[in-house]
Design a protein around this ligand. Structure first.
Ligand code: NAP
Length: 252
């Protein structure tokens, strides 16, 4: 995989999977825009880890459409060009139907869809407009196993990721004439801040047992597949959704 000379925007790259994705692209020669919501210090740490030069740090709440437009414009001007977008940023907030109030329920759905789905849709709009004018590009969405398996305690999250899967399929068809290729990765449980609590103790043991590998995944195991899908040669995979879940949930 060679991304020399390419500009790559990774949303939610201050930590976890996004940081590993940023690192992978930089290791393969790209200049990377490291996006975060509020944790600028962590995003600067990510940038400091990246080999090469020309990387930038950007901040925006994906629920804010105007901030998204500005962030993508800044990525393009900071990197000089934008070849790859990785829609990675996301939130995972518990809201069990039987336990929360109606107000809490509505707030969880609104916030989760605003960030995980509409936010990603808006970043994609702004970024692919640049790619179209450049003659092509790649979008890789980071979805979740939960889109297909169900998320009983996080239903808005499952719905947001199912929506992201569908968006990726539709845009793969819509953008193919513009040489923009759109793919999706659906991780199982990965060791990051998002899952740190769930992966502890008895709940962690049960989660690890879901995979015959008897472990959770590592951020770079997702980053590897993201980079592959964005690489030259993977064009005909456009529209795909790739499961990376240690055989913990198999679909046919
Ligand atoms: P994480 O460690 O919790 O990091 C989340 C990232 O998203 C951070 O960079 C955070 O920025 C950013 N973010 C959060 N809310 C945002 C907002 N409103 N606007 C902009 N950015 C925002 O998450 P992760 O585990 O690496 O997950 C990355 C992606 O993989 C997510 O889409 C998640 O749904 C998906 N995924 C994760 C797992 C897993 O087991 N970890 C499994 C399946 C799918 P700040 O640092 O500034 O807060």
């Amino acid at each position: 995989m060679d991304f020399t000379g390419q500009g790559v925007l990774v949303t939610g790259a201050s930590r976890g999977i996004g940081r590993a994705v940023a690192l992978r692209f930089a290791q393969h020669g790209a200049r990377v825009a490291v996006h975060c919501q509020s944790n600028r210090e962590a995003a600067e740490e990510t940038r400091a880890l990246l080999p090469g030069t020309g990387h930038v740090v950007l901040q925006a709440d994906l629920a804010d459409a105007e901030a998204v437009r500005q962030m993508v414009d800044d990525a393009v001007s900071g990197l000089g060009r934008l070849d790859v977008l990785v829609n990675n940023a996301g939130i995972y907030e518990e809201h069990c139907l039987a336990d929360v109030s109606y107000e809490e329920w509505q707030a969880a759905w609104r916030r989760t869809l605003d960030v995980n789905l509409i936010g990603a849709a808006n970043v994609t709009f702004c970024a692919t407009r640049h790619m179209i004018s450049l003659g092509g590009g790649r979008v890789v969405n980071v979805s979740s196993r939960g889109a297909a398996r169900g998320e009983p305690d996080y239903p808005a999250y499952g719905a947001s990721k199912a929506g992201l899967n569908s968006m990726g399929q539709s845009l793969a068809q819509a953008l193919a004439p513009h040489n923009v290729y759109v793919t999706t990765v659906a991780p199982g449980f990965i060791e990051t801040d998002m899952t740190a609590e769930l992966l502890q103790g008895e709940s962690g043991r049960r989660i690890r047992e879901q995979s015959p590998l008897n472990r959770a995944g590592l951020p770079d195991e997702i980053a590897y597949v993201v980079a592959f899908l964005a690489s030259a040669g993977a064009e005909y995979s456009t529209g795909t959704i790739v499961d990376v879940n240690g055989a913990s949930y198999l679909r046919s």
